[in-house]
Design a protein around this ligand. Structure first.
Ligand SMILES: C[N+](C)(C)CCCC[C@H](N)C(=O)O
Length: 288
């Protein structure tokens, strides 16, 4: 099993992640509360209340962990393609796989990575939703002191299965949308690259950015639900399941709720995935 794809996925995931984290914090806040008027209002409030550090809450953990998750995604994707088309990454430019093969490999990658991502994503969302400013003498203590403390508290209060809260919704969100992600990337690259050649850096950047936006736009409805399922359980259980969460969210806030955070998701997705794909492609070319 070729391992370079895993390493390239790890490094490129980490680079993309740091760049996108401030966008991600705003998104999680917008999706979880109704008290903000929009992206700008949310950003200004975070800055005033919590300083620049507020945007980077909960980042250290994802940098280490989600980078691993990205490595699982790209590694599984590439190895599934190898299994079904018998071509390595290097051979695929000359013998491109069909879009169906790409879609299947993306879905399998998405399915596997969802379960690796679930506990890390849960901890990230819980930490990002703590609105207290950084601990100062005399100020109220936030519930979780950091990722490890958050993990231990979840284990104690919600049991081991608590760490997988939202995992099913995450899997539903990521399986099809990561299929879409890789198909969009491949499609864009092929449109702008002469047959048999490697795509240029600009093509890779734009293809990665567009793939990120397309997959995030399609993933946003279930992203909102996932976020709510993850916050559930903190103060007693509110939702009976995914469907119940969907129905009660729509009843209370209208169908627009499914697109809460879509603009910020897209704004974040472009740079993150442009950098992720560019570094991934270049690392593999460099090693190959
Ligand atoms: C499938 N879905 C759109 C949910 C995720 C796509 C993940 C791509 C990248 N790691 C990122 O964080 O943007």
């Amino acid at each position: 099993m070729p391992a370079e794809e895993f390493v390239a996925g790890w490094i490129s995931g980490a680079l993309g992640l740091v760049l996108g984290h401030p966008f991600d914090t705003i998104k999680v806040r917008l999706q979880s509360h109704s008290k903000y008027r929009g992206i700008l209002d949310c950003a200004v409030k975070i800055y005033r209340h919590e300083s620049l550090l507020g945007f980077f809450k909960g980042m250290s953990f994802p940098v280490a962990s989600i980078a691993i998750v990205n490595s699982v995604l790209f590694g599984v994707y590439s190895n599934v393609l190898l299994a079904i088309t018998s071509t390595t990454h290097q051979q695929r430019r000359a013998q491109p796989p069909t879009y169906m093969d790409v879609f299947i490999a993306g879905c399998v990658g998405g399915f596997v990575q969802a379960y690796c991502l679930a506990p890390f994503d849960l901890i990230k969302v819980r930490l990002q939703n703590q609105t207290e400013p950084r601990a100062q003498l005399g100020s109220p203590q936030p519930q979780y002191r950091g990722p490890v403390h958050c993990m231990i508290s979840i284990l104690q209060k919600e049991g081991p299965q608590g760490l997988l809260r939202g995992a099913g919704t995450l899997m539903l969100r990521d399986t099809p949308t990561l299929g879409i992600y890789f198909v969009t990337y491949e499609w864009w690259c092929r449109q702008y690259t002469p047959k048999g050649q490697n795509p240029s850096s600009t093509t890779v950047l734009v293809a990665g950015g567009i793939a990120g936006i397309t997959s995030w736009v399609t993933a946003t409805p279930l992203d909102v639900i996932k976020c709510r399922m993850q916050m559930d359980g903190l103060k007693g259980q509110v939702y009976q399941g995914v469907l119940d969460c969907m129905v009660s969210s729509v009843r209370q806030e209208g169908p627009g709720v499914f697109f809460r955070g879509v603009t910020i998701n897209s704004a974040r997705a472009f740079p993150v995935n442009a950098v992720t794909f560019l570094s991934y492609e270049y690392l593999l070319r460099w090693w190959g």
